[in-house]
Design a protein around this ligand. Sequence first.
Ligand code: SF4
Length: 259
Amino acid sequence: MANPKLKSVSKPSQNSNVIVRRKPAAVKTAYSLAEREEIFRRFSIQRPEPRGELEHTNPFTLVVAVALSAQATDAGVNKATRALFKVADTPQKMLDLGEERLRGYIRTIGLYRNKAKNVIALSQMLVDEFAGKVPETREELVRLPGVGRKTANVVLSMAFGQATMAVDTHIFRIANRIKLAPGKTPDEVEEHLMKVVPKHYLYHAHHWLILHGRYTCKARRPECERCVIADICKSPEKSCDVPAPLVELPPQVIGEAVE
Ligand code: SF4
């Protein structure tokens, strides 16, 4: 007699050629397409040409700056790299400088010992495997020591003009706080944002969201009275329903950003 406690389990397919297709994740957002269009239209008027605030002179110095910026402010990284990039703006020059002297340039940045190790190791790999050039694909970039998916996305966007969504602390917070693209992990938020941001706004979207988070929708207390999307926002934390006047903001001051 069959044991009633045992559930029948279907045998896995023996055919290794069967392709199991993952159902694409549903788009998660609290906003209609028209509302999303309007949010990014307003951001585009406020900041027509948003820029990242990490100073760099070429793709290599951008990789280094982003790698140094983990758990540090852009302003703090810029202070250290201004002098560093004058002497080491290529992988070979970084190797010539050496780990010990590199540490001297970046010792004001958190975790500098580990970061110095990574910068030397990634410079070595660039020289050995990429002829001293920064690769232009995510798969190659994430092979570099100290370079994760977020860093790769920043480099692909800022150095090579690709529409990517580098989810940092500000973007992760905003996506969840205002329910634009909720997700439990940065990767989940990235996947949702890539779907919910209207395509024609995608290239600048990550900078708009970072700057909105850094200067308006701040971590401790969002400044809703200064927010241009206060009437559309669906955050339970918002304290004002009236949008701030929609005007172009003065040019960003590189290097003076605060967290
Ligand atoms: S209204 Fe407030 S909570 Fe909503 S996006 Fe603006 S600053 Fe953030």
